[in-house]
Design a protein around this ligand. Structure first.
Ligand code: IMP
Ligand code: MG
Length: 187
């Protein structure tokens, strides 16, 4: 990979899977679609921290509606690239979602375990409606069926970094989405 400021950051940054321009275009499309679907409403968008933060900040600015926001953090991978299947709340919502048109914003739908758990929990809090938008989905990795109503891109079974997605809390600031390369123990 050549030509980017991060080309030579370290040996773990592999090929660009989705460049910033491609992501930008798709986020605008998703924003337009949500704006149409929620016309006359005022949806409540919930970002799942931390991976979705960059997608979230671009997405909400591409939605032409009055909307409200909240943030939730659930336990994720720690230092590994494999889901433990164990999900725990690290930060709960600040506001009640009772009677609201909730849209959960996730960075990537992988095994589906995190979102499955989270959706069950949110459903029990009586939202008026509950939908999911995921920037990325790896269908080949799914362990449990989860419906994402809006998906940015379906991608192959590769561990990716950038545009908010991390490995060991690094690489979130890459403007493109790249493949992580771990040499011998490749993800
Ligand atoms: P799931 O519970 O397996 O669906 O995992 C979802 C979470 O795992 C995502 O919200 C991400 O935080 C993390 N994750 C899954 N795949 C990747 C990846 O390729 N790169 C970075 N994080 C990932
Ligand atoms: Mg995440």
């Amino acid at each position: 990979m050549t030509g980017n400021w991060y080309s030579h950051l370290d040996e773990h940054v592999g090929d660009v899977l989705l460049d910033a321009q491609t992501i930008r275009k798709r986020v605008l499309e998703l924003g337009a679609e949500i704006s149409r679907d929620y016309e006359g409403k005022s949806p409540h968008l919930i970002a799942i921290l931390k991976g979705a933060c960059i997608f979230f900040s671009d997405l909400i600015r591409s939605i032409d509606l009055g909307l409200s926001t909240d943030f939730i953090a659930v336990g994720s991978y720690g230092a590994s690239t494999e889901s433990s299947g164990e999900v725990r709340f690290l930060k709960d919502l600040d506001e009640s979602i009772d009677g609201k048109d909730v849209i959960v914003v996730e960075d990537i739908l992988d095994t589906g375990l995190t979102l499955h758990y989270l959706l069950k929990n949110l459903e029990s809090r009586s939202p008026l409606s509950l939908k999911v938008v995921a920037l990325l989905s790896k269908p080949a990795r799914r362990k449990i069926e989860v419906t994402a109503h809006y998906v940015g891109f379906e991608i192959p079974d590769r561990f990716v970094i950038g545009y908010g997605l991390d490995y060991n809390q690094r690489y979130r600031n890459l403007p493109d989405i790249c493949v992580l390369t771990l040499g011998a123990q490749s993800a």
